[in-house]
Design a protein around this ligand. Structure first.
Ligand SMILES: [Zn+2]
Ligand SMILES: [Zn+2]
Length: 417
């Protein structure tokens, strides 16, 4: 063979080697991306849950709040524009997360061996997760006992503090109550980890479809519309109106396909109100008349913004809601654990304390993990650091449409299993 051909063959072989190596890399990269993409999609699919169908969907369609294939607020409510919300987020806000760790109360199952002396004890586990011991039963509300309120373990807001009471350390639970299907209230990882340990889930219409998809048998799920009741022994659970929305989809599709609500839990001796997520709405007087008086009210206080004042109530209106409810120790929730809005992380309680003092409303601000018996509330202790925050005058949060609206007193609609 001539040196020329010899050289050509060597060059050609080299090219083939280079090409095939590159192709192999490309192929491996494509397969890796497909596997990773598939895993992400799979995780997202599990997390996003499932839409209701069959009898569950039929029960939703007869709700007075079901309109054009989804649930709607009775009061017109403004949703923030994505571009304005993004613009504000990009401009940034100071002190939205704590600079250093703050003290929490680490709890174990044995802490709950002795029943509360008064018959009612509330243990705040951060954000809107709390354990209520009421007249002999244990109720776990909106349990988010994993690291992030997110479909992914590697993306989304991280906790400000460790989980005060792990799933393994939970005492025996009689029932779990859910307010709506947003990730910071309904956590698929927690539901799957709880497994068979929860005898009953009480949820607003449509939320049961997610639970079933995550392995909870239909017999362990009860759904209700606003004002619908569930009896469990001597306890009565009543879903109450709220002004919010719902949805777990990562795109904007599928919003508000499940209902959102607050809950009143009433026993032989005690009554407690939890707002879920809500803007201001003219329902608190009706809630108090039908279901009060209350020993404690847990009202969402954080994650507000002037861009979405109809959907999150804000500290001053939260206190106003308590005034309309007419009774109960005010315990702020939906703050102190995740960064979900453009305000200093301590601002919700700073402003709630100012508003409560003005209105003469009793308030308790537990640390994450701390238990409170509303019959003997602890003295207010400022366990959070002093960082700059905006006052109600500087950044008022005022829900729209309240003055023009009629008081809400919808007829009960029991919903369906
Ligand atoms: Zn929400
Ligand atoms: Zn929320």
């Amino acid at each position: 063979m001539s040196p020329f051909f010899d050289q050509m063959i060597r060059r050609f072989s080299k090219l083939r080697i280079i090409a095939s190596t590159k192709m192999k890399f490309a192929l491996v990269a494509m397969v890796a991306l497909a596997v990773a993409g598939g895993a992400v999609t799979m995780t997202a699919c599990i997390a996003t849950g499932r839409s209701a169908s069959g009898a569950r969907l039929e029960a939703m369609k007869v709700s007075p709040n079901w309109r054009d294939g989804k649930f709607a607020n009775p009061l017109p409510s403004e949703y923030p524009s994505f571009s304005r919300a993004l613009g504000k987020w990009l401009r940034g806000t100071d002190n939205t997360v704590p600079e250093s760790p703050f003290p929490i109360v680490k709890r174990a199952a044995s802490d709950f061996d002795v029943a509360p002396a008064s018959g009612l004890r509330v243990t705040w586990l951060g954000h809107s997760t709390f354990l209520i011991e009421i007249d002999g039963k244990r109720v776990l509300v909106d349990p988010v006992l994993s690291e992030r309120p997110s479909p992914f373990t590697w993306a989304g807001p991280t906790r400000f503090h460790e989980i005060p009471l792990s799933i393994d350390e939970l005492p025996e639970i009689d029932v779990v109550v859910i307010s709506h299907d947003h990730y910071d209230h309904l956590d698929h990882r927690t539901v799957q980890a709880l497994g068979e340990r929860v005898p009953l889930y009480i949820v607003p219409l449509g939320v049961g479809a997610h639970l079933e998809y995550w392995g909870v048998q239909a017999e362990r799920i009860v759904e209700r519309d606003w004002w619908g009741e569930v009896k469990l022994g001597d306890l009565t659970f009543t879903a109450t109106p709220a002004r919010h929305f719902s949805g777990r989809s990562l795109v904007m599709a599928g919003q508000s396909e499940t209902l959102w609500s607050g809950w009143v839990i009433a026993g032989r001796e005690h009554r407690i109100y939890y707002s879920g997520d809500t803007g201001m709405l003219p329902a608190f007087t009706a809630i108090a008349e039908r279901l009060g008086p209350f020993d404690a009210v847990l009202i969402e206080t954080g994650a507000y913004d002037q861009l979405w004042p109809d959907l999150h109530i804000g500290p001053e209106q939260a206190i106003e809601a308590r005034v309309e409810l007419g009774s109960g120790l005010f315990i702020p929730v939906h703050w102190g654990t995740f960064n979900l809005a453009n305000h200093a992380w301590t601002e919700p309680v700073e402003r709630a304390i100012v508003a409560a003092e003005k209105a003469g409303v009793p308030i308790a601000v537990p640390r994450p993990g701390e238990s409170i018996e509303p019959a003997s509330p602890p003295k207010l202790t400022r366990w959070w650091p002093s960082v700059p925050w905006k006052t109600a005058e500087q950044e008022p949060i005022v829900s729209g449409g309240i003055e023009q609206s009629q008081p809400m007193d919808l007829e009960p609609n029991g919903g369906a299993r």
